[in-house]
Design a protein around this ligand. Structure first.
Ligand SMILES: [Zn+2]
Length: 323
C-alpha cells in the first residue's frame, strides 16, 4: 500500500513538474526572440511564417541590424512596440555603438510598428519617397487591423513615426556606418509603392522585403513591376538574400519560385482577358482546378496560399485589364 501511495505521489510530482516545464516551454516559445548573424556584422531576427495573432504578437516579419565601426543601422522594427523593444534590447547585447539609422522597408504594419521603441536613440528614419504618404493614409486602418489580430491594448496608443530621410525612386542613398557602406535603394512599385532595399557592400548581403521565401508573395501594388524588380535583383552581384519573410538564402533559390509564380499568374490572367472572362469567372475557374488538384495550382508549395492567392488574382486582374 505504501508503495502504491509513493508511486501515486511521485507520479503526481512528475506530472506537476511536467506541466510546470511545459508551461515554461510554451511561454518561452511565445516570447523567444532569437537573433542570428547571417553574414559578418549582419544580424537577423526571423519572424514566424504565420499571420499576426495573439500568440506570435505580430512577430511575423524579418527585422534586424547591421553593425559598422561607428554606428548601427536597424532594418525594420517589427509588428508591435514589444517587438521593437526586444530588438533594441538584443542590439545592446551585441554593441553599445549609437544607432544612426532606422530603415523602414515599406509601410506594412508587421515591419514598422515597433519604431516607437527607438525614439530615444535619435536615429535618422529612412524611407522611400512615397513612404510617409502611405503611412499617413493607412495608419489608422493598420492600427485597427493589428489590434484586431493581436489584441494588445498598447497598439491603440501607438503614435505614427514618419521617415525623415527620404530616398527618391530609382536612386540610391549610400550610408557609411564606419568602414562599412550600405546602399539604400528606392524601387518602382512592386510589393507596395514604397519598397526599399538595403545592400551591405562589405558582405554583399541584400535585404529586401520584395522577396518572400516560402510565404506567398502578396501583391499590393504591381505584379509586372514586382517581376521587373526581381529580374533586376537577379542581375546584381549578391552573396546572400535576407527576405522580408522566410530564411536567408542564395539569390537564385530566393527569386526563382517567385518568378515562376508571377509568370504563371500573368499568363493565366492574360488568357482570361483574351476570353473576356469576368473576375468572378476567372477566380471560379482557378478554384475548380484547386479543388481537383491543389498542388497543380500551388506549384511552389507556398505557405498561406489561400489567404493571398485570390487577392493576388484580383490585384493582377485589374492591372492586366488595361494592357
Ligand atoms: Zn509587406
Amino acid at each position: 500500500m505504501f508503495e502504491v501511495i509513493k508511486t501515486y505521489f511521485s507520479r503526481f510530482y512528475i506530472s506537476q513538474k511536467f506541466y510546470f516545464l511545459f508551461f515554461i516551454f510554451l511561454s518561452t516559445k511565445c516570447f523567444s526572440f532569437n537573433i542570428q548573424e547571417v553574414a559578418n556584422g549582419v544580424y537577423v531576427h526571423y519572424g514566424v511564417q504565420e499571420e499576426s495573432n495573439p500568440e506570435n504578437k505580430g512577430d511575423i516579419a524579418n527585422i534586424g541590424f547591421i553593425v559598422g565601426k561607428k554606428s548601427i543601422m536597424v532594418i525594420d522594427t517589427g509588428g508591435t512596440q514589444i517587438i521593437g523593444k526586444k530588438l533594441l534590447k538584443e542590439i545592446r547585447k551585441f554593441s553599445q555603438l549609437p544607432i544612426s539609422h532606422i530603415v523602414i522597408t515599406h509601410s506594412h504594419p508587421d515591419h514598422f510598428f515597433g519604431t516607437e521603441a527607438f525614439l530615444n536613440e535619435k536615429a535618422k528614419i529612412v524611407g522611400h519617397e512615397k513612404l510617409n504618404r502611405s503611412l499617413i493614409n493607412n495608419f489608422t486602418f493598420y492600427k485597427n487591423l493589428q489590434y484586431t489580430n493581436i489584441g494588445l491594448e498598447t497598439i491603440k496608443d501607438l503614435k505614427l513615426v514618419k521617415a525623415d530621410l527620404l530616398v527618391d525612386v530609382n536612386k540610391e542613398e549610400v550610408i557609411d556606418l564606419g568602414g562599412r557602406l550600405v546602399e539604400i535603394k528606392a524601387w518602382n512599385s512592386g510589393h507596395t509603392d514604397n519598397d526599399l532595399s538595403v545592400f551591405d557592400l562589405n558582405t554583399k548581403t541584400f535585404w529586401s522585403e520584395n522577396i518572400f521565401v516560402e510565404r506567398t508573395p502578396s501583391i499590393r501594388a504591381s505584379i509586372l513591376g514586382w517581376r521587373k524588380n526581381l529580374l533586376d535583383i537577379m542581375a546584381m552581384d549578391i552573396n546572400l538574400i535576407v527576405p522580408g519573410h522566410g530564411k536567408a538564402i542564395n539569390k537564385i533559390e530566393a527569386i526563382k519560385p517567385m518568378i515562376s509564380y508571377f509568370n504563371r499568374l500573368i499568363t493565366q490572367i492574360r488568357s482570361f482577358h483574351v476570353d473576356n472572362k469576368s473576375l468572378q469567372e476567372s477566380i471560379n475557374s482557378i478554384l475548380q482546378k484547386e479543388i481537383i488538384n491543389p498542388s497543380n495550382v500551388n506549384k511552389e508549395s507556398w505557405i498561406l496560399f489561400t489567404e493571398y492567392h485570390y487577392t493576388n488574382i484580383t490585384k493582377a486582374f485589374t492591372e492586366l485589364e488595361w494592357e
